[in-house]
Design a protein around this ligand. Sequence first.
Ligand code: I3P
Length: 439
Amino acid sequence: MEQQKHKPLEKDMQKLALLPHKTEKDKQTLHGDFKSQQKCPDMENKESTGLELLPEEEGQKKSARQSDRSVSSTSTCSSVAYSSQESDQVFSDEEEVHSKRKTLRKTKSWKTFFTMVHWSLRRQNSWVQLAGHEGNFKASERGHILKKYSPVENACLVALMDDVLRPYVPTYYGLVEREDQTYIKMEDLLMGLEAPSIMDCKIGIRTYLEEELAKALLKPTPRKDMYNKMVALEPEAPTPEEHMQKAVTKPRYMQWRESVSSTALMGFRIEGVTVEAGPVKKNFKKMKSRENIMETFIIFTKSRKDILAAYMERLESMQAALKDSLFFRTHEVIGSSLLFVHDRRGFSNVWMIDFGKTSPAPSHITLQHDVPWEPGTHEDGYLLGLQNLIDTMRDTMCMVDESREEAGVHTIQEDEENEKTLPKKETEGIATNGENNDH
Ligand code: I3P
């Protein structure tokens, strides 16, 4: 039934996706100019979405897990929640615990995340296939997952277990040793989902650490890999000097990534999406317009308003908890993601993940999280990003409504409600003349 009632809307959305491109208006700004609109925004600034354009990726898929913690309002099961495994920070074996530099080295977050996800999915299908899978995650008993130890992330998870944010992060179960490697054992948030749809949004206006910037100023480390990634996306982006060196520094690359994506303007960006355990889409690097983000939300949720509403509700309760959180007040949250997960049955949740670059701010600083960053302030813009995310989600719901109205499509629930409000006579008339008349 669910599929039936949404089918026409999806078609409608496909039509929207064909609207002509127009110049970006850059309506959204980080500090409040970007507001949720009462009316559905138009799709004028339509660019292609990553979901449309991405090549088929390797079969990295996600799965979901259940927990006995918070649930979305749409969930038909009051005790289901999902999580992902993180993207973030993992450490090499030779890492020294006290070497901050090394502790901040990590694998590619998205890649790591999907490695784990793929693993998790396999586990559901065949436990045996997990054997020998290399990566930063290891199988554990059902409901748990092992992630390579990072002292930074470990400290965060420990602190978060005693914080009001606990319901929003994977449960921490301590450290375990496997084959000379220490792992963090945490809740497998993805367990239990059927053909999950998953979206990773990196949150915050800054994605690199202040110390990385300081280090680059003091002793620039040219990164050829980052130059190559930059040129691949925007050949004209490097300066003549960078072209000559065929290298860029990390903060330079990260700042460029922020500016070409929605991070700089909106304080969040989509890193990757998979819909119903399909191919992983991750070419969102140049997605910065709100319209395209909304369209991605629509594709991601298959226009399901119940899912969008549940996501929004969860984000709003998370927002309230963040404002109450001692952990949040005292920590600079960099490179962290929000993981959105739902499945066809309507189970959904959003989790805070990836704390590999989250560390206590200097004690003399009170973080606000909703102001622009200046060097030395340690501000991360987390709340700015979250607000924009909530607003964009709300606008997406509005757009779904509008499209539905235009297409003359009603959900069964809406039809039932309309029927209730119809004058009795009219209802009777329909019954008398309609196909449902038993006589
Ligand atoms: C990577 C991304 C990661 C970052 C990584 C970048 O760029 O920004 O967040 O890791 O740096 O290469 P992209 O998404 O364009 O591939 P950190 O967040 O840990 O800094 P790295 O190569 O130094 O790991």
